[in-house]
Design a protein around this ligand. Structure first.
Ligand code: GLU
Length: 371
């Protein structure tokens, strides 16, 4: 599996609060610069990645000269709003020194459980990745508090891994990885080099978090399990180790690897196959049926002859041949009314017909499964 990490082309890299703020002393710009250098190096090798960084509250606490992280959620939210400015500035300037642009993305768990928002987030992120821009994600702490209360963005990182079909999620933390017990108190504690993300024993090994971020090993393992459901394997490793990201990419045995059982695309298709609530169907002409079944391409408006049902962007719809047999199903990029307007037309006409242009496909291949 470590060998497999060498070929992984889509990564999520998650950086924890303690690490990014040097245990609360203020942003560790040296550390950020070192990760940025490694990430730009990996980007030049063809790896696409999204950075998920917490540390907004911790940086806000330091900027506002508060004695400690406040207990009140509304004060944490205010601190996060202050600290996020510094966090994003630090990433932007470190990457800019190497002529790479960054983008700020603030998300909440709800954004990713709502299908329309999920598709919107997915298309923004993939466009940024195509442009060579590095997205820096944090929870939108003003409107959501899940990660403030218990996550330190571990769960958010797993959701982002699903969003971009990442093969690997690297969780950079202030620990070496996972031990079978707390090594400070148990001399017999063993280091876990690798395990299945679904190994039931992992939860027993996990301890509690530090006071700066909310995530301990427990949330990291839960996040690894969640990521594994989308086919993403996780590496939990120490972020201060020199060249840590380059070494993980080289297959070096660093940290704890929690393996997913399937590949991201297979897991995604399995999820789609299980979506029984079809909101509508599209009748395709013979050409489109052939393109879908034989060439493995996306569904374009030009091949659609008829639209049935009532569906919104992000709903699951069936693709039928002219005799009414289902040949595929997938997530619609447009709602029923829009598809009615677009059917039979070439993709170049989308903006003229709708007054705006979303994706050029009605159903993208990655979001489709053949029946
Ligand atoms: N979004 C929060 C942050 O960046 C999550 C981490 C935390 O709870 O400290 O600060």
């Amino acid at each position: 599996m470590r060998e497999k990490l060498k070929t992984a082309k889509r990564w999520v890299v998650k950086v924890g609060s303690s690490l990014v703020t040097n245990s609360g002393l203020g942003l560790d710009k040296g550390a950020i610069a070192h990760w940025a250098e490694q990430l730009v190096n990996l980007q030049q090798q063809g790896i696409k990645f999204v950075l998920v960084s917490s540390g907004a509250v911790a940086e806000g606490v330091s900027r506002l000269n508060l004695k400690a992280r406040p207990k009140e959620i509304h004060l944490q939210q205010a601190a996060a709003a202050v600290g996020q400015m510094g966090l994003i500035q630090a990433y932007a300037s470190c990457f800019m020194r190497q002529n790479v642009h960054t983008a700020q993305i603030l998300l909440s768990h709800e954004d990713l459980s709502d299908r329309t928002r999920y598709l919107n987030a997915r298309s923004t992120l993939s466009t940024l990745l195509e442009m060579g821009v590095i997205p820096v994600v944090n929870e939108n702490d003003t409107v959501a508090t899940a990660e403030l209360c218990f996550g330190d963005n571990d769960t958010l990182a797993a959701l982002v891994a699903n969003l971009i079909n990442a093969e690997v999620m690297i969780v950079l933390t202030d620990q070496e990885g996972l031990y079978s017990a707390d090594p400070r108190f148990h001399s017999s504690a063993e280091f876990i080099e690798s395990a299945s993300a679904n190994d039931a024993k992992l939860m027993e090994y996990a301890g509690k978090g530090t006071s700066l971020g909310r995530g301990g090993m427990f949330t990291k393992i839960s996040a690894a399990k969640l990521a594994a459901r989308s086919g993403t394997s996780t590496v939990i490793t120490k972020g201060t180790d020199s060249d840590v990201l380059l070494r993980v990419a080289n297959g070096e045995n660093l940290g704890t690897l929690l393996e997913a059982d399937s590949e991201p695309m297979a897991a995604r298709k399995q999820w789609l196959a299980g979506q029984l609530t079809l909101k509508g169907s599209l009748v395709l002409d013979d050409g489109a049926v052939k393109v879908l079944t034989k060439s493995g391409k996306s569904l374009l408006a030009v091949g659609i002859k008829q639209v049935e049902g009532k569906f919104s962007r992000g709903d699951v719809v069936a693709c039928l041949d002219e005799s009414g047999s289902e040949i595929a199903r997938g997530l619609a990029n447009y709602d029923m009314g829009e598809v009615q307007t677009l059917m039979g037309q070439s993709s170049e006409k989308i903006s003229e017909l709708l007054g705006y242009a979303g994706e050029e496909e009605i159903i993208h291949r990655d979001n489709m499964i053949l029946s």
